[in-house]
Write a protein that binds this ligand. Structure first.
Ligand code: S3P
Length: 175
């Protein structure tokens, strides 16, 4: 089975939705940030502090190379993973790539008080700017799901509907 990969800005609900999705579909969950943290035995914030964003992106790239060769996973990516075109390509090839979106207002509400996201704790103005700049990168993903006004379960239901093989496709390989 193809992987189901969630991408999107911080606070769009990737981790929560991925956890629910993995449970519901009985699949293994892989979170790129968690893999990196386990490998390095350090938090993402500490990796940023010690090796800079560049160092973090290198680790992220190597995790994507490994997991995109696997099958049947539910993958939750860090918000910046698909800024690297190679990551975007590899993930696209490895399964259903889905971008979760949300308005800046919803994201700010969801992330309020969050301490472990180095790019969030920077400052409000730069975070807002980053949100704007990232939209171009996320627009490359064909499947987009707006999570504003949706519960995580509603987002899961939408994903399941999207990835469900259509009966017609099964019968006629040309469809
Ligand atoms: C980042 C998002 C974070 C984490 C790191 C960088 C980003 O993941 O990978 O702090 O560049 O948007 P979440 O999207 O899970 O917060």
């Amino acid at each position: 089975m193809k992987n189901i990969i969630l991408v999107g800005f911080m606070g769009t609900g990737k981790s929560t939705v991925a956890q629910l999705l993995a449970k519901q579909l009985n699949r293994v969950l892989v979170e790129t940030d968690t893999v990196i943290e386990k490998q390095m035995k350090k938090s993402v914030a500490n990796i940023f502090a010690e090796y800079g964003e560049r160092g973090f992106r290198k680790l992220e790239r190597s995790v994507v190379i490994t997991i995109s060769h696997k099958k049947s996973l539910i993958i939750s990516c860090g918000g910046g993973t698909i800024l690297d075109k190679h990551n975007l390509n590899d993930l696209e090839k490895s399964g259903h790539l889905i971008c979760l979106t949300a308005s800046l207002a919803s994201i700010l509400k969801r992330l309020e008080g969050c301490k472990n996201r180095p790019l969030y704790s920077a400052n409000a103005a730069s975070f807002e700017k980053l949100y704007g700049e990232r939209q171009k990168a996320y627009a490359f993903v064909k499947i987009q799901i707006d999570t504003d006004n949706c519960t995580p379960q509603q987002v899961v239901d939408k994903i399941i509907e999207i990835v469900k093989p259509s009966k017609n496709k099964d019968k006629n390989p040309l469809l």
